[in-house]
Design a protein around this ligand. Structure first.
Ligand code: SAH
Ligand code: SF4
Ligand code: F3S
Length: 472
């Protein structure tokens, strides 16, 4: 059973290490504030991890810069989910060599999912000698100790391995957003979908205790967060390993009962564990947004079986039907893989027909990428890259029409919108999102950023809505 632990090591707590780092850097920088450059690749889980790393650095006296050339500490938090993501990291790490040459005192570090792969860590070790610190996804709580020792002794350090069953609490957080924020409720994944590297690089599924999650949610709401997204690779199996075992719906209900004007979201849901109870919980809640991200990956039962997804097209469509009946304005989104090994054009057509049937608001579409060490990497993959790209384009075209149709249906309605930022295209125009996560643009004053506004939708441009603010 997993345990919840405060961060502590060898008698010195990690927060004492942060104080020691602060003292060390004050001497080194002669009182000037040390700067860190943090670059995050990959999914929201990595963003949430980087926010904890920034929290620790902030407590150790660091400020942050967007210019790696100015930094005393450079960290890339990496993603291994597709080959393209890894290639980008290798390219960008290579470019850091010049910075190290110009500023020999800078410490260059790498962490995140890529680093948990043996062959990647070896390549970094052998070919990138200017990288001084490497740590894996389950070593965040050790970061203060690692950083301190590295700054003090300058010895290259590699700490990896994700077999630790404990969940470490008490790590400080510096969130990127002031009114939108992520709240991890669990770590790791036990599903082993045959194409996916995540279970190998993130380790086994571990849930945070409900009281810890609820109190973090309460703190966020009290400090003005308007959009809270609960994170996990499969939030529907939340609670596994905890005694007594809570379930995801009960956690949602507890958070939902906290007073305030906010939206609660979550991702990702796995169709095999998505229950009617969860749909009912959304339907009856006050704060849970009417948005369900439910990746189906493929519309063909034969491919779903090869993917080890453990549901069928029919089961998926059943839960969607129930969800649409219970929540008529539900916005649905999904992830899809095109060109899985052995997929035929007929299988792909089943994916297209599922998209047409469900009418998703938007889709995250990926061409299959072979991941070393996963079962799918050993399956025969005969369809050419050109052919897969053609299928991919066909899918995008179908989805564009569906998204445009769905947006057009919203013209004339009034939507509650969380105003997020100034539009980058036009002066005086603001950009926000509906509860269903659809982008809305309207004219308004910058002071509205961070607040909920009612917007009358006047026009739809493909997947973006235009509207006018309704003033009370
Ligand atoms: N846990 C989440 C998503 C994790 S990764 C879930 O189960 O939905 C995000 C998305 O990346 C996946 O949903 C999948 O569509 C895609 N993905 C994962 N591995 C991939 C691979 N090897 N090639 C292409 N896409 C992949
Ligand atoms: Fe990967 Fe499947 Fe786990 Fe999602 S549920 S992270 S796709 S193994
Ligand atoms: Fe990438 Fe790791 Fe997320 S592999 S998608 S950053 S869990």
């Amino acid at each position: 059973m997993s345990q919840s632990k405060r961060i502590e090591k060898e008698g010195i707590t990690q927060s004492e290490y942060l104080n020691l780092i602060a003292e060390l850097m004050t001497i080194r920088k002669r009182g000037e504030v040390p700067l860190a450059y943090i670059r995050t690749y990959g999914c929201q889980q990595n963003v949430a991890d980087s926010e904890r790393i920034k929290g620790m650095l902030f407590e150790a006296g660091f400020s942050f810069t967007d210019t790696p050339d100015d930094a005393d500490f450079i960290l890339f938090n990496t993603c291994a989910v597709r080959e393209h993501a890894e290639d980008r990291v290798f390219g960008n790490v290579g470019a850091l060599k010049n910075i190290k040459r110009k500023h020999p005192s800078v410490l260059i570090a790498l962490c995140g999912c890529m680093m948990e792969q043996e062959h990647v860590a070896k390549r970094i070790h052998d070919s990138f000698p200017f990288v001084g610190l490497v740590f894996g996804t389950n070593c965040l709580h050790e970061f203060p100790r690692l950083l301190y020792n590295n700054l003090l002794y300058g010895k290259r350090t590699f700490l990896r391995g994700n077999t630790d069953e404990n969940v470490y609490e008490g790590i400080p957080i510096k969130r990127d957003g002031l009114f939108k924020g992520f709240l991890p409720i669990m770590y790791g994944c036990d599903n082993f979908c045959s194409y996916c590297i995540v279970p190998y690089v993130r380790g086994r599924e571990k849930s945070r205790k409900p009281e810890v999650v609820v109190s973090e949610a309460r703190e966020m709401i009290e400090s003005g967060y308007k959009d809270i997204c609960l994170l996990g690779q499969n939030v529907n199996s939340y609670g596994k390993g905890l005694e007594p075992r809570p379930n995801f719906s009960s956690l949602l209900k507890e958070i939902d009962s906290i007073d305030g004007d906010y939206w609660l979201r979550f991702m990702t849901s796995h169709p095999k564990d998505c229950t009617k109870e969860l749909i009912d919980t959304i339907a009856q809640s006050k704060h849970i947004s009417h948005h369900l991200h439910l990746p189906f990956q493929s519309g063909s039962n034969r491919i779903l079986n090869l993917m080890n997804r453990r549901y069928t097209r029919e089961k998926y469509l059943d839960i969607i039907k129930y969800a649409k009946e219970r929540i008529p304005d539900l916005s649905l989104t999904s992830d899809i893989i095109v060109g899985f090994p052995g997929e035929t054009y007929e299988d792909f057509q089943e994916t297209l027909s599922l998209i047409k049937e469900v009418e998703f608001t938007s889709l995250f579409t990926f061409i299959y990428s072979r991941r070393k060490g996963t079962p799918a990497a050993e399956m025969p993959d005969v369809v050419s890259d050109e052919e897969k790209s053609k299928w991919f384009q066909e899918l995008l075209k179908v989805q564009e029409e569906i998204a445009a149709k769905r947006c057009a249906q919203m013209v004339g309605s009034v939507q509650k919108v969380l105003v997020e930022e100034k539009s980058s295209n036009k002066e005086g125009v603001l950009c926000g999102r509906t509860s269903g996560n659809i982008i809305v643009e309207f004219e308004g004053d910058d002071s509205l950023i961070g607040s909920f506004e009612n917007i009358k939708i006047t026009k739809a441009r493909n997947w973006i809505l235009n509207g006018e603010q309704i003033k009370e």
